[in-house]
Each structure stands twice: as structure tokens, then as C-alpha cells.
Write a protein that binds this ligand. Sequence first.
Ligand code: NAD
Length: 260
Amino acid sequence: APKNKVAIVTGSTSGIGMGIARRLAAQGVNIVINGLGDASVIEAERAAIETEFSVRCLYSPANMLSGSEISGMVQLAVEVLGSCDILINNAGIQHVAPIDEFPDEKWDAILQINLVAAFHAIKAVIPPMKARGWGRIINIASAHALVASPYKSAYVAAKHGIAGLTKTAALEVAANRITVNAICPGYVWTPLVEAQIPGTMAARGMTKEQVIHDVLLEAQPTKEFVTIDQVAALAAFLCSPETASITGAIIPIDGGWTAH
Ligand code: NAD
């Protein structure tokens, strides 16, 4: 594996993405963080990663709705940090509503951010990864890449789609020492999960406590949320030299959810 590695982590201003960015930085990887949010909060986080872990950290404001901004983000990594060795496609949004009430613009945005953006990013990183003869691409999918839940049509469609993209990309770059895998978390307590509780309360006629226990944790035999640190540790493992033979894999980390 190359020294002075560079990783892009999309959607790393919050939740799972921030956890992965910090985990990789702790291992000495230079990082491009990305995502929406308050500029001064993002700048503080960027500077904190540099000082805490003694790595370079850049912020790319690329919006995952724009293919050209996504390729610009990869160009930034290559031009300023010298390469792009690791790509974590993590940015994602959710909307919970029955199909017959599902807003068209939410459908479009979820497909764009959760699926199409990963295509643009993978397309842009393959040439620099091939040039260095090494690469790791990790798509943060979901248990919803493997099974469905009602009222999440766009999200489930996008996550099943990214499983297919993962397998296809893995086959195309297998001979270039580039692996492509998908991590499929169950429920992780992040702003994305917290924000879907009101919609689920409305769609199912439940209280907040009922949604947490009878919908979210009901899915997971462990009866515990998956943690950001557990997902970040799996992502870091998939970036290690020992995982050269793991590619095209759709890997659950879901407390047993998809086992039943
Ligand atoms: P989060 O809401 O905490 O973080 C989402 C990140 O994506 C944020 O940094 C946000 O700014 C960014 N983002 C959103 N729209 C964007 C856009 N248009 N352009 C650029 N960035 C954008 O959510 P999270 O729970 O950490 O989710 C991260 C990933 O993990 C998502 O793909 C999600 O589907 C997946 N996931 C989450 C869970 C869970 O339970 N939290 C479970 C399975 C999979």
C-alpha cells in the first residue's frame, strides 16, 4: 500500500462519516472531509483533525447533487494532497412516507445523493487509483441494501442499487489492486435516524418511544444500536493490507437484523 495515503469521506460533517474520517486520520491518513453544515463549525472540525492526528485535512464543499462538484472534489485531493487512495461514499439522506404520498423531489434527491453521487465519485477516483496501483472504495450502504422496510421506498431502492454498483465496480477494477465493498449498518444513533422519527410516528401512528423500541430496535436481535465506532473500525479494517481479497462484498453490521 502507498505511504502518505489520502482518503475522501463524503458526508463527513456528521455521524458515521465523521467517525470514519477521524478513525482514518488517527491511522495517519490525510483526509478530505465533505458535507453540509455551518462553515465555522466545519472549519473547527477540519482544524481539529489536523492538530489531533498530525495529518493534512481539507474540506470540500462539493454537493452530492452535482456530478461536476464531485469530480472537482477528487481533483482537489489529487492536486493538493497528491492522490486519492481511499474513497468512502457515505453521504446520505432519508425520507419516510408511503409511496402514494412520497414527494417526487424527495425521491429524486435520495436517488441522487445516496446512489448517483457514488457513481460520479467512483468514476473520478478510478484513474488516480489505477495510476498508483492501489485503492480502497467503500460504499456505506445499509441493512436496507439487503431487506426492505415500508415507507422507505427511495432509500431502499437507492441502497439496493448501491449494492449492485459495488459488485460491478469490484469486478471492473479487481486486477488493479483496488477493492470495492459495501458496509451495511443496521440502526446507528445519528442525526439521520433521529430525524426520521417524526415521519415514522406519523406514518405508523406511534409515539417516539414506540418507534425506537417497536420499529428500530425491533429489527435488531441484539436490541442495541450499532455504534459509529463499530462502523468506523470495519471501514478502517477494509482499508488495511490484509483485506486485499475482500472485494465485491456486501457486509452487514446490523446486530443480526438481516439474519432473519
Ligand atoms: P448524518 O445525517 O449524520 O450524516 C449525513 C452526512 O451527509 C452529513 O455530513 C451531511 O451533511 C451529508 N450530506 C447530506 N446531503 C448532502 C449533499 N447534498 N451533499 C453533500 N453532503 C451531504 O447521517 P448518518 O446516519 O451518519 O448516515 C451516513 C450514511 O450511513 C448514509 O449513507 C446513511 O444512509 C448510512 N446509514 C445510516 C444508518 C443509521 O442508522 N444512521 C444505517 C445504515 C446506513
